[in-house]
Write a protein that binds this ligand. Structure first.
Ligand SMILES: O=C(CO)[C@H](O)[C@H](O)COP(=O)(O)O
Length: 338
């Protein structure tokens, strides 16, 4: 099948490679000419601009947009004059699902279908396949089935869930039409909310293991810090990389996130190459907002998001206020940092 791809960053370029390896014909465009030329060398058709991309695609066109969420509006505005009724636009980036509803409505009168697709798999997706969470009109989604089937991981060697019978469903192959416009990105948003909490849980647990050796150090009692009552209970110098490795095998908390964590700890046990400032794309914030809008308790997902804010120093003033209050009511001085 033929597909136009706009945005050839880490995700878009790898997706084109996977599609071409699966026998699809890709017409590609990016602001950066190097990215276009690299894919042309591998067999894609390069476009000089969005009009050229549309001219090179046969009707009905299928155009996949893989750009940062903030740029989607502009790309759609620039594409619109070059599209015709029956064409399909796919937003495969990390857009807010409410933007999808707006985009689908604004294109409907012109007969253009809009499909939203939450895409998970990161830089590993080219090799492992992408998990695709899809929203939009059933007919448009059905038309794109060959594209989704190639991008998705397929059934692979994952054991079949007990009770599932017959030919593997698309969910079992790694892609799913989740519902009408916005449904794909809604599912991806919650996926990322869960991702934040899982990441936070591994990080906190591994940090506690790392700090299980504090009874081995100098136990000088400081009046400003609660003394360690039983230093002998905290004399474990755990090998954190080995424990992460161990948990990958047969444990209840094994997962791909843990596989990646074990890999990072193997390369750099102290994680010295990271400062610990953790960014967020916005997906976690949208998840919390949806939880608030619907009155759905989501304390773990919310806390994990706030921990990311704190990692960037955004709790520093609050912490200074705590110290100031302790000094005001008790004359307590801050302990110099270790
Ligand atoms: O697709 C993803 C992983 O599933 C994420 O959207 C992407 O990597 C950015 O995540 P974050 O919200 O942490 O910035």
């Amino acid at each position: 099948m033929q597909l136009g791809m706009i945005g050839l960053g880490r995700m878009g370029a790898n997706m084109v490679q996977r599609l071409m390896a699966g026998g699809h014909d890709c017409v590609v465009y990016d602001h950066g000419r190097d990215a276009v030329e690299a894919l042309v060398r591998d067999g894609a058709t390069g476009a000089s601009d969005l009009a050229d991309l549309c001219a090179r695609l046969s009707a009905p066109r299928a155009v996949w947009i893989m750009v940062p969420a903030a740029a989607v509006d502009q790309v759609i505005d620039q594409l619109r004059p070059h599209l015709a009724p029956g064409d399909i636009l796919i937003d495969g980036g990390n857009s807010h699902y409410q933007e999808d509803i707006r985009h689908a409505e604004s294109l409907r009168d012109a007969g253009i279908h809009f499909v939203d697709c939450g895409t998970s798999g990161g830089v590993w997706g080219r090799e492992r396949g992408y998990c695709l969470m899809i929203g939009g009109d059933a007919d448009a989604v059905r038309h794109l089935d060959p594209i989704f089937a190639t991008l998705a991981p397929g059934v692979g060697d994952i054991e079949r869930t007990a009770g599932r019978q017959g030919a593997p469903s698309t969910a079992e192959q790694g892609y799913l039409h989740c519902g009408p416009s916005g449904a794909g990105h809604f599912v991806k948003m919650v996926h990322n909310g869960i991702e934040y909490a899982l990441m936070g849980a591994y990080a906190e647990g591994l940090n506690l293991l790392k700090r299980a050796d504090i009874g081995m150090g100098d136990q000088t009692v400081d009046a400003e810090t609660a003394p360690l009552a039983h230093p002998e209970h905290y004399r474990y110098a755990f090998n954190i990389a080995d424990i992460a490795e161990l948990w990958r095998r047969g444990s209840v908390v094994s997962s791909w996130l843990l596989d990646l964590t074990a890999g990072a700890l193997q390369q750099d046990p102290g994680l010295e190459h990271f400062s610990g400032r953790v960014s967020d794309s916005g997906e976690g914030r949208w998840t919390c907002q949806a939880a608030i809008d619907t009155g759905t308790p989501a304390p773990l997902l919310t806390l994990a998001l706030y921990e990311r804010f704190a990692s960037r120093g955004d709790a520093d003033f609050a912490n200074r206020i705590l110290s100031a209050m302790r000094y005001q009511f008790g004359g307590h001085h801050e302990k110099p940092s270790d």
